[in-house]
Ligand binder design. Structure first.
Ligand SMILES: [Zn+2]
Ligand SMILES: [Zn+2]
Length: 253
């Protein structure tokens, strides 16, 4: 599988890269951040190339780009499939109606998953396991298994929770929010508090990509260097697989 970041900032992060969203194999859009369509354009990917849009939760930094994608989707194609938690359809319909008449809701079909329990669904060649991540009442993270059996853990926005651990178990790569470096917060992860837990949950040598960054990547790199001096030996030696993704173009696994 190939994961391509289209943005890496948190809702109020100061990265110039745009808010967090990603493409998987250029077919699955993981969240529809405000700049998603622009970022796709720079990669010459059109809304007609998308098979499925997967939404983690309905905060603005994760869905406000959706109307721009639906507006340019060809009406001759099958409706764009959207998978998301409870409440996704109502919010997307309202957004699209506010935005453009040609972002007509009949150009999409939304499948909502339960927000408070683990569920599974197929999306074409992909298998999705969704689990609650204790960020907002509806928020879900996903373990996405590709056609060859490769697994990506995708946290969306998340607090440390059993749902998040379930998503990360046994994966080949993880894309995990890390909004904070040292602040304590019960809706997001913080490097100081959660990195050791994260490195336990994601089996080595799978890379751990940090996204939804609340500060610049260089500050995360400095914090990781500092932490390497205090982590237990095996984790300190393994810290090279933890990568803040601000400048990552794409990753194949
Ligand atoms: Zn967010
Ligand atoms: Zn959020």
């Amino acid at each position: 599988m190939i994961i391509t970041p289209l943005g890496t900032a948190s809702a109020y992060g100061d990265s110039a890269q745009g808010w967090t969203c990603n493409l998987l194999n250029c077919k699955l859009l993981l969240d529809a951040a405000p700049q998603a369509r622009l970022a796709m354009r720079s990669l010459k990917i059109t809304p007609d190339d998308l098979e499925t849009v997967i939404i983690t939760h309905t905060h603005g930094d994760h869905i406000f780009g959706f109307p721009f994608i639906l507006a340019e989707r060809s009406p001759d194609l099958d409706p764009l499939r959207v998978i998301g938690p409870e409440g996704t359809e109502e919010k997307l319909v309202r957004l699209c109606e506010l935005a453009f008449s040609h972002a007509a809701p009949d150009k999409m079909v939304v499948q909502e998953l339960p927000s408070r329990k683990v569920s599974e669904i197929r999306a074409g060649e992909y298998h999705l396991l969704a689990a609650p991540t204790d960020h907002s009442p509806e928020s879900l993270g996903y373990k996405i298994t590709g056609p060859g059996g490769t697994r990506l853990g995708y946290s969306g926005d998340a607090a440390w929770s059993t749902g998040l651990k379930e998503i990360l178990a046994g994966v080949d790569a993880a894309m995990v929010e890390m909004t904070f470096i040292d602040e304590e917060n019960d809706e997001h992860l913080s490097l100081q508090q959660h990195l050791p837990l994260l490195m336990e949950a994601v089996p080595a040598p799978a890379p751990i990509f940090l996204t939804h960054l609340g500060r610049h990547r260089i500050e995360y790199l400095h914090a990781l260097q500092k932490m390497a001096r205090t982590l237990p030996g095996p984790q300190a030696r393994d810290i090279f697989r933890v990568i803040p993704v601000e400048e990552l173009k794409e990753y194949s696994f």
